[in-house]
Design a protein around this ligand. Structure first.
Ligand code: SAM
Length: 279
């Protein structure tokens, strides 16, 4: 059962600490405690352990993670205005909240998180995709984190989880699902945020695979998908011409007339292996 923390309602926190949301920092706050509790449970807070939260803001999701059972939350927030509000949360949960005031894009999670930490965040939309790519492209795999439970604009969530032959399938789908399992857990209506963003959001859950879906080097996979999806409507013999064209496709056993959205992730990996030059 969640622990009552006797902290003031989030609307009061915003007013008391002067936290008028800033668009430049992607600040769309969640005030609905039922929703933050649902996200915290989706992230696995009831099982305890350490959580890493990017962008705690006034602390809505932070409080939910702690109340639902997280042993510890390490939160990184760029906006210094939020620190006093987060100190109040830390005081309500002694020894369980550590706040780092920094740009999450510049942090090395492997240096600050214990192995098996779970990442949970209502991400700032302007840096959400960049953060996900950063977490997916670490050199060592499996990574330090055990799962990602993240809020994205729904269109980004669809790109992360898309299957071949669908509208949203692209570079992000291949990268994410090559190294992780990925699924959309539930949608979040724009009216749940203050201020409301323009579009619906969704919570996505990613779990690292022990091994990538098919063997290949990350850099080669990125080279292939950038070239292939860079000319999405073209046949692969055309878009992959600078990388070897028909000879490359033949080596990978892929028909030159196919288009990028038709290829499975193992097929992209086969192309990446064909590209790899002998060392
Ligand atoms: N977690 C809060 C909630 O759910 O109400 C706030 C979420 S708000 C969408 C995103 C938060 O990320 C803001 O508090 C913003 O200041 C913070 N933020 C934006 N860019 C950041 C960055 N590069 N590193 C760390 N935090 C950042």
């Amino acid at each position: 059962m969640p622990v009552p923390d006797n902290l003031p309602p989030l609307r009061e926190v915003i007013a008391a600490f002067g936290l008028a949301p800033k668009k430049s920092l992607g600040q769309n706050f969640l005030f609905d405690l039922n929703l933050t509790a649902r996200i915290a449970r989706a992230a696995g807070a009831e099982a305890g352990g350490t959580f890493y939260e990017v962008g705690p803001g006034p602390g809505g999701l932070t409080r939910a993670l702690l109340a639902e059972g997280a042993d510890k939350v390490i939160a990184v927030e760029r906006d210094v205005r939020c620190l006093a509000a987060l100190e109040q949360v830390a005081a309500a949960y002694p020894g369980r909240l550590e706040v780092i005031c920094a740009d999450a894009l510049a942090l090395d999670e492997a240096a600050i998180l214990p192995q098996g930490a779970r990442i949970a965040a209502n991400l700032p939309y302007n840096v959400g995709t960049a953060l996900l790519i950063k977490w997916l492209t670490v050199p060592a795999w499996p990574p330090v984190w055990a799962s990602l439970t993240l809020m994205f604009q729904k269109e980004v969530a669809q790109r992360i989880t898309a299957q071949p032959d669908t509208e949203h399938y692209g570079r992000l789908s291949v990268l994410a699902q090559w190294r992780c399992t990925a699924k959309i857990l539930f949608d979040v209506h724009r009216g749940a945020f203050v201020p409301p963003p323009n579009v619906t959001s969704a919570i996505v859950r990613l779990e690292p695979r022990a091994e990538p879906l098919a063997p290949c080097a990350l850099a080669d996979l990125e080279t292939i998908t950038a070239a292939a999806f860079g000319q999405r409507r073209k046949m692969l013999r055309q878009s992959l011409k600078p990388l070897g064209g028909e000879a490359l496709l033949e080596k990978a056993g892929i028909a030159p007339t196919r288009r990028p959205e038709e290829l499975s992730i193992p097929e992209f990996a086969a192309l990446a292996r064909s590209l790899a030059r002998p060392t």
